[in-house]
Design a protein around this ligand. Structure first.
Ligand SMILES: O=C(O)c1ccccc1N[C@@H]1O[C@H](COP(=O)(O)O)[C@@H](O)[C@H]1O
Length: 213
């Protein structure tokens, strides 16, 4: 089966159109004011309503409060929540129960010991997102266009579906799949010409390269 691709950080109707044409499986909207990809709830609602059936709509949040999640989930039609902050396993379970949506928990990896956190989240999340750990002092906990040493997860098996993220591009996605065995990929910076500026041709190239791998 072709790998499933998530294109994250959509903020314009043209981005959604490009994702819809590309064959990507997931469309991601970032709710994090420091991000160049941040969208308001009203923007996200308008964009989410354009996403065709069969493409899962994902809200990316960072240490969101219940009030923030209440507002997002009440107004934006969603298929999944992506938790990209320091949410504990207990908070992941609480969010999953409160909103009745599948939850994907992002975990940053830079060295072997970072993988030790995964089992606790496997028990409570619907999916795990294995991302590069953000450098100390970075403004963003993800979306930095940085990859990690993929050999750290070569041959790893988890009990829940998982996605690979971090510094993926149309040029390196085939190698990333070969090294890690990932069958789901998440990309943001690698399909942009500048922070937050998605390029239709790069989205198309990324999905094609993943599918050909
Ligand atoms: O994309 C963002 O701006 C962002 C902000 C805050 C947390 C996560 C963010 N993006 C996620 O980070 C990874 C890797 O992105 P990249 O391809 O290296 O740019 C991916 O899961 C994005 O969804």
């Amino acid at each position: 089966m072709a790998p499933r691709v998530k294109i994250c950080g959509l903020s314009k109707p043209a981005h959604v159109e490009a994702v819809s044409r590309s064959g990507a499986a997931y469309a991601g909207f970032v709710f994090f004011p420091k991000s160049p990809r941040n969208v308001t709830i009203a923007q996200a609602r308008e964009l989410a309503l354009m996403v065709p059936l069969g493409v899962a709509k994902v809200a990316l949040v960072v240490n969101a409060t219940d009030a923030e999640l209440d507002a997002i989930t009440a107004q934006v039609p969603l298929d999944m929540l992506q938790l990209h902050g320091k949410e504990t396993p207990e908070r992941v379970a609480e969010i999953r129960a409160r909103y009745g949506l599948p939850v994907m928990k992002a975990l940053g990896v830079a060295e072997p010991s970072d993988l030790e956190a995964i089992p606790a989240y496997e028990a409570v999340a619907d999916q795990i997102l294995v991302d590069a750990k953000a450098p100390k002092g970075a403004a963003l906990p993800g979306g930095n266009g940085l990859s990690f040493d993929w050999t750290l997860i070569a041959g790893r098996k988890w009990s829940k579906p998982w996605m690979l993220a971090g510094g993926l591009t149309p040029e390196n996605v085939a190698l990333a799949i070969a090294r890690t065995g990932a069958n789901q990929l998440d990309v943001s910076s690698g399909v942009e010409s500048a922070p937050g500026v998605k390029e239709a041709s790069l989205i198309k190239d990324f999905v094609a390269a993943a599918g050909a791998a």
